[in-house]
Each structure stands twice: as C-alpha cells, then as structure tokens.
Ligand binder design. Structure first.
Ligand code: ZN
Length: 239
C-alpha cells in the first residue's frame, strides 16, 4: 500500500462562495476522494487548522507521498513544520506540490529559489500538452488535456532547471508555462503540477486525476532512511 497525506491550507473553501460550492469539504477532500478509489492507496488529510498543521513527526514518518495545496496561507505554516517536511523528502518521502504551492515554504526550501511566476486571473482556457510520453506520470494520457478555465500561470518561472519537463501549459492569452516538473532531492522525488485554481473544477477532471494518481505511484519512496548519512570511507592504501 502507498500511504498518502493530502495537505491543504483550507482557507478559500471556508470563505468564498464559489470555492465552497465547488469544494464543499475542501480541495483536500476532493483529492482524497479520487485517490481513495485506488486499491493500493491509503489516504489521510491534514490542514493548517490541525495541531502542528496535521504534520507531526509520526504522520510524516507514516507518509509515503505528501500532496500539498497552499496559497493564501504560505506564511502561516511555521518554518519548523516546513523544515520537517523538507527533511522527510530528503529521507525519501515523495512530495507533490500543486498549483499555487509553487510559492509554498517546503517547495521553495527544496528548490532554493523563490518559485515566482507570472500570473493573471481571467479564467483563460488552458491546453496542457504532454511533452514526454515515455514516463510513468504521463501513462495512459491523451496528447493534451483541455481545461475550459484555469488561472494563467506563465514563464518566467523562477525554479531550478527541472530533471524532467512532462507538461507545458498553453493559455488562450498566449502564455506558456513549464507545468509538470520532476526533481530529486537526495532520496525524495518531487513532482510540481500547475493546474488547480480554487475557483475552477479542475480536480474533478478525470485526466488531471490520472496525472496525480500516476504521480503518487512514481513519487512513492524507492528507499526511506531515518536521515541522510555520508559515512567516512576507511583508508585502504591498496594502490
Ligand atoms: Zn490559483
């Protein structure tokens, strides 16, 4: 079984009418619902309101893949919690930051950059091109995914050069973004995925769900350590 924790700040869905209607139990619950349909997944959720943001040592040690949705509350996540997430990623926990989590504390700490990008909130149409077919995350996807409305996110995107670019998002205003990106940090695998603005029903799209399901299987740890160790190499003098 792959143990998943879906973390959401859960702010917009308690305040804004449109978000409440779309995601009455929060984005985290909508994501957990489709993940729970997979026989090999066990899913829990956590939010900013939970004690220690719901991300205690025990929860993270028992999490294979952490999915993260944050936007208005990035600064409300204590540094200590973000650093705890980063440490678990280095040790092998998979990490999938979604949409505006490009500016979340754990993602920017893992990237070493501020993760800034250009944006416009006008409900543009997005065509999300699959640009790498031979990858577990793009398995069984069509050539592209069409989203009637998304927040426009655009280059330049202030991130380190990714290990792999799997998706490029094109918006009807003409902008493009590297929208699906992989990284490794020590033992941990990271997949950033752009779609998912809170006022659009993006997480009900079956192909978007498939990407996240595929990404969970890809990001599940190959190995998991207590900490990253670099042992001293004994002197052998054999040459
Ligand atoms: Zn957004």
């Amino acid at each position: 079984m792959i143990k998943i924790t879906v973390w959401n700040e859960f702010i917009h869905e308690k305040k804004h009418q449109k978000c409440m209607e779309l995601y009455p139990n929060g984005i985290h619950s909508a994501i957990a619902d489709f993940l729970n349909c997979e026989d090999d997944f066990t899913v829990r959720t956590a939010t900013l309101d939970d004690e220690e943001c719901g991300l205690t040592e025990e929860v993270l040690a028992d999490t294979d893949v952490l999915i993260w949705w944050g936007h208005a509350g990035h600064k409300l996540v204590p540094d200590e919690i973000a650093q705890r997430v980063v440490r678990h990623v280095h040790n092998g926990m998979g990490f999938i930051p979604l949409h505006s989590s490009h500016a979340s504390k754990p993602f920017t700490m893992l990237m070493g950059t501020v993760g800034n990008l250009s944006w416009r909130e006008s409900g543009d149409f997005e065509r999300l091109w699959v640009i790498s077919k031979a990858h577990p995350i793009t398995k069984d996807l069509p050539d592209y995914i069409e989203l009637p409305h998304e927040e426009t996110y655009a280059e330049p995107f202030g991130i380190p050069t990714p290990d792999e670019i799997l998706f490029i998002g094109w918006f009807s205003g003409g902008e493009v973004l590297r929208s699906g990106l992989t990284y490794k940090r020590n033992n941990g695998k990271i997949f950033y995925f752009q779609p998912g603005h809170e006022t659009f029903p993006t997480y009900y799209n079956k192909d978007i769900q498939k990407v996240i399901i595929n990404a969970v299987r890809w990001a599940a740890p190959e190995i998991r350590t207590e900490k990253i160790e670099f042992p001293r190499i004994p002197v052998t003098n054999q040459f």
